[in-house]
Design a protein around this ligand. Structure first.
Ligand SMILES: *Cc1c(COP(=O)(O)O)cnc(C)c1O
Length: 444
């Protein structure tokens, strides 16, 4: 069976551009989306698709063991396998947050650990697709591409640099100087990307990279390039698969540029169309209060969207005031009754630390989602017996500075509720024994 995929205008749901073309917007200036021949895909039954996906999941037949490429027919059906650039992304663990859930009064709480991945964030899911397509265009001589560029709050540049390095493609990353963590900054440097630190914020970098990539020899890798969304949408497929094809009731996901929440919905809408699922879960898009343009818009009954200048936040990867994928995300959220919630610096830091105490190791963005979870649970919107999945977007180890500061009670404007500082002691048995005994009296 031959399946087909192409770009179309997301707003008008029309137009057609081939995936080998270098195009990010329609002539009207709207974002594009990858469209699949769903009629052809529906020729195969839902049961048979599920069986195929199960047979590939985390197995060794390259590249189908990847959580993304196991769904290849839904992603880039026509790319030759030898042009795929995969670092075995996806297939990340679902953590049963049993203890943390019980503390919140929830029986069935799970954390999808997307940060347990090659470069430590979910950005790998989208980047494997984008870089594979670029590799395919270059290898088949269809277009003249000299390199790939992105603006980044840290994790996109890490993923782009790694996938390009693996494929031998030149990468260029634009980052806001001093606004990403050392753990993120070292990644593109190590992977030999041209790393440009600009004296501006993410939105400023985003504007420049769009101008830069008007020269089509430099391919744009931000999530306004809808190829990224195709990889990221496998989060939805994978969650359902990991629950033996049962749906959770709620999904909470941190949102910045709003590509990922769009991807989550795209995955669910496609599975619904294919008959794999019968409804779409409740989705909560979670923003940091210091970077909350979508939340403000939602609270204003979806009227008069206003971009803002995002303020500093521990959740630095979502410090975005003018989200590029907003119209896409807003359409999905409205159509499916999605919710938008926000968390303050205090709330996100405490939520993250509290969850860490039950065995997780969260990044601050996951902290935002966990804080929103606490709010919805306290308001009674999320109920005790409902199945909830929190999307953890990055590995906590990329954010050790702010986590360390939290435990040392050094975050401006935040009073750490759950600090646990290292205890400095002389190398004496008595002192150590006393410290241990005192600790045994504290409540876990
Ligand atoms: C990119 C990123 C997000 C936000 O995803 P968007 O698609 O920009 O909304 C959230 N958390 C982390 C860790 C990220 O790297």
């Amino acid at each position: 069976m031959k399946y087909d995929a192409w770009f179309q205008d997301t707003e008008t749901q029309s137009g057609r551009w081939e995936l080998d073309e270098i195009v990010y917007r329609s002539p009207e200036g709207n974002l594009l989306e990858v469209c699949h021949d769903l009629e052809a895909l529906k020729q195969r039954s839902a049961a048979s698709w599920m069986q195929l996906w199960e047979s590939r999941y985390k197995r060794t037949l390259w590249p189908f063991g990847s959580g993304v490429w196991g769904k290849k027919e839904m992603i880039l059906p026509n790319i030759p396998d030898e042009h795929v650039v995969s670092l075995d992304e996806g297939g990340t663990n679902l953590f049963w947050a049993e203890r943390f859930g019980r503390q919140l009064g929830l029986d069935d709480l799970w954390v999808k650990q997307c940060g347990v991945s090659h470069t430590g964030s979910f950005k790998d899911l989208g980047m494997t697709v984008l870089v594979s397509q670029v590799n395919h265009i270059i290898k088949s001589g269809k277009q003249d591409i000299m390199g790939v560029a992105c603006a980044s709050t840290g994790d996109t540049s890490a993923a782009l640099a790694a996938y390009c390095a693996a494929a031998g493609i030149t990468s260029v990353v634009l980052i806001p100087s001093g606004k990403i963590t050392p753990g993120q900054l070292i990644q593109p440097m190590a992977n030999n990307a041209l790393t440009l630190a600009l004296d501006t914020d993410f939105d400023g970098c985003m504007r420049i990279v769009q101008e830069l990539t008007e020269d089509k020899k430099l391919y744009l890798a931000n999530s306004m390039n809808s190829l990224r969304i195709e990889g990221q949408k496998t989060i939805s497929y994978e969650i359902v698969q990991q629950f033996d094809w049962e749906l959770p009731d709620w999904i909470l996901i941190p949102g910045g540029n709003l590509g990922n929440v769009s991807a989550l919905y795209k995955g669910f809408e496609e599975m619904l169309e294919l008959g794999v699922i019968s409804r779409i879960p409740n989705v909560v898009c979670c923003q940091a209060e210091n970077a909350n343009p979508l939340y403000r818009f939602y609270k204003n009954d979806w009227k008069d969207f206003e971009a803002i200048t995002a303020q500093p936040t521990q959740a630095s990867a979502i410090r975005i005031g003018d989200p590029v994928s907003r119209s896409k995300a807003i359409r999905y959220l409205k159509r499916n009754g999605g919710i938008v919630e926000q968390a303050s610096e205090q709330e996100l830091a405490d939520a993250s630390a509290r969850a860490d105490r039950t065995g997780l190791f969260n990044c601050p963005h996951t902290g935002v989602a966990l804080a929103c979870l606490i709010k919805l649970t306290e308001r009674g919107e999320i109920k005790k017996n409902e199945r909830v999945v929190v999307i953890s977007t990055a590995h906590g180890l990329k954010f050790t500075e702010s986590k360390l500061q939290y435990h040392q009670n050094q975050i401006d404007g935040v009073k750490s509720t759950y600090p646990n500082e290292a205890v400095q002691l002389p190398p004496k048995r008595e002192a150590v024994y006393d410290a241990v005994m005192r600790h045994m009296d504290t409540k876990l």
